[in-house]
Design a protein around this ligand. Structure first.
Ligand code: ADP
Ligand code: ZN
Length: 294
């Protein structure tokens, strides 16, 4: 049996097929163009690769409420052409099979909880620090939805004392994403993140903002693992800076061994490398298939 997976990103789409044990056997990737054209490529991939169910982890915001008239839509995104697009409806109109549907970061959190760094745990948070900044939450054995879905990339942050940068978020200016996603790094320092040297002061400022939101999440959500992925987190020097800052922020208040003695094993890179999103979409597809059998 084969299950399909779609990692629907604002920059690129990845489609794949895999097995129930999380092995991705084939995948393709293409840049995210206009919806009609992009989704036609997805449909044609799955017409060539028959699957029993498909999981979709999508950029957002998206509508996750099954009883909503716009369930399955990408809703209010600023991405040109993609606002109010019925992604799930388009897929269903071509292939009448079970679908799993969630945010890209929730999918990544599920992938990590199923086969990655949070395997065997019943909670984790997955941050992606890339073109955008998103946070997926898996709590008490399930993905967190709620009112809409968590949008942890847009939390307000306290400004670093030496940082006068206005921020890049079109909605909030200096929220976490506006201060710490890849485009903020580039706008603040005049160089893309990948070109900034490892000892540049940028990384201490970056760690300051990320650690602040991680601290807030530890205090409000108490995840058993915090996983940091996305292009910016390829800067390996960020991990120790973030861990140290989180400990400074908490100041001994949260009496968990994971934080006091083993923080190197608590705030970690993705166990699935760059595959968390795709494997997570696969896990969503597997869940959808299992639900359809019961
Ligand atoms: P996306 O979020 O678009 O799916 P990425 O996660 O690769 O893709 O994020 C792209 C952002 O990450 C860009 O702003 C880029 O400058 C930044 N980035 C990519 N690689 C690195 C790197 N090695 N170090 C720091 N920043 C990086
Ligand atoms: Zn914002």
């Amino acid at each position: 049996m084969r299950i399909g997976a779609i990692e629907a990103g604002g920059t690129k789409f990845v489609c794949g097929i895999g097995s129930k044990d999380g092995i991705v056997e084939d995948s393709i990737s293409f840049p995210t163009g206009q919806p009609e054209d992009t989704l036609s490529k997805v449909v044609s991939y799955f017409q060539d690769h028959q699957v029993e169910a498909i999981g979709i982890g999508s950029f957002g915001p998206i509508d996750l409420k099954p009883d909503s008239p716009t369930y399955g839509y990408v809703t209010s995104t600023p991405k040109p052409g993609w606002s109010q697009i019925n992604v799930l409806g388009k897929m269903k109109s071509h292939m009448d099979i079970p679908y799993g549907w969630d945010t890209d970061v929730n999918a990544a959190a599920l992938g990590e909880a199923t086969w990655g760094a949070a395997k065997a745990l019943n909670s984790c948070a997955y941050f992606t620090v890339g073109t955008g900044l998103g946070v997926g939450l898996y709590s008490e054995g399930r993905l967190v939805h709620g009112l809409l879905h968590p949008e942890g990339g847009h939390v307000p942050v306290r400004r670093h004392p030496e940082d006068a940068f206005a921020g890049t978020c079109p909605y909030h200016g200096d929220c976490l994403e506006g201060m710490a996603a890849g485009p903020a790094l580039e706008a603040r320092w005049g160089l893309k993140g990948q070109l900034l040297p490892a000892d540049h002061p940028a990384w201490e400022v970056e760690a300051y903002y990320l650690a602040q939101s991680i601290t807030g999440l530890i205090l409000t959500n108490s995840p058993q693992k915090i996983i940091l992925g996305g292009g910016v987190m390829q800067q390996a020097q960020l991990y120790p800076l973030i861990r140290a800052e989180v400990r400074r922020n908490l100041n001994g208040y949260v009496l968990a061994d994971e934080i006091i003695h083993h923080i190197g094993n608590y705030i970690v890179p993705p166990g699935l490398g760059t595959q968390s999103g795709l494997c997570g979409a696969l896990a969503l597809g597997i869940q959808a298939w299992q639900d359809s059998q019961s």
